[in-house]
Design a protein. Sequence first.
Length: 234
Amino acid sequence: MKVKEPVITIDGASGTGKGVVSQLLAKQLGWKLLDSGALYRVLALAAQKHGVALENEPALKVLAEFLDVQFIATEMGRPPKILLEGQDVTDTIRTEKMGNAASKVGALPEVRTALLSRQRAFREAPGLVTDGRDMGTVVFPDAELKIFLTASPEERANRRHNQLKEKGINVNLGDLILELKERDQRDRERAVAPLKPAEDAICIDTDKLTIDQVVERIMSEVRKIFPSLHTVKE
Ligand code: C5P
């Protein structure tokens, strides 16, 4: 029987810090990284590019199956460059508009099924850290360690606001809170793979923790599961 590579899943709503926590964790462990939200964002962008409506499930399913997306590794622990049909879309997919569009296509069951094997293909030696909404519940239910991050809506909106500002994207904080709530509601209430912790997930409230503290908290769980694990030095 083929031995499966170990997986750590980091799920949670947007603004809980799961993206940066996953990057730092993958870097410390020297493991692969999958930002599953990026796949949904790229699919939403592809739909826009090809004039496919965000409600057209059969067409989106086909688009998802044939999606020409590449994740090009840059520096270890840094987000990869993302190409859609050969074109660099790394920054284009990060707007709130694309986040919202991604959550619309992500609510369609056939789209989610079409993206399953693509996500599972990221499971490679020596291991995978992956972040999303349903990594622990649906995509990698047999993951060795499942983490679910939470934070208050205000804290999450503030973090998103700062992240976007750093990228030179200016948005109104009030609008951001409203958009976050709308996206959250859709992600939590959808019929398939809703945002929720797996039964065996460890929940961490990140409101009063720094990113490094969250990573250290997760690393303490990692060390319990893999006592002889070697981490990558800076
Ligand atoms: O994590 P990120 O904000 O990039 O995700 C964008 C949207 O993609 C989410 O709001 C969610 O609706 C969808 N998504 C999903 N399942 C995942 C990751 C993201 O449905 N595993």
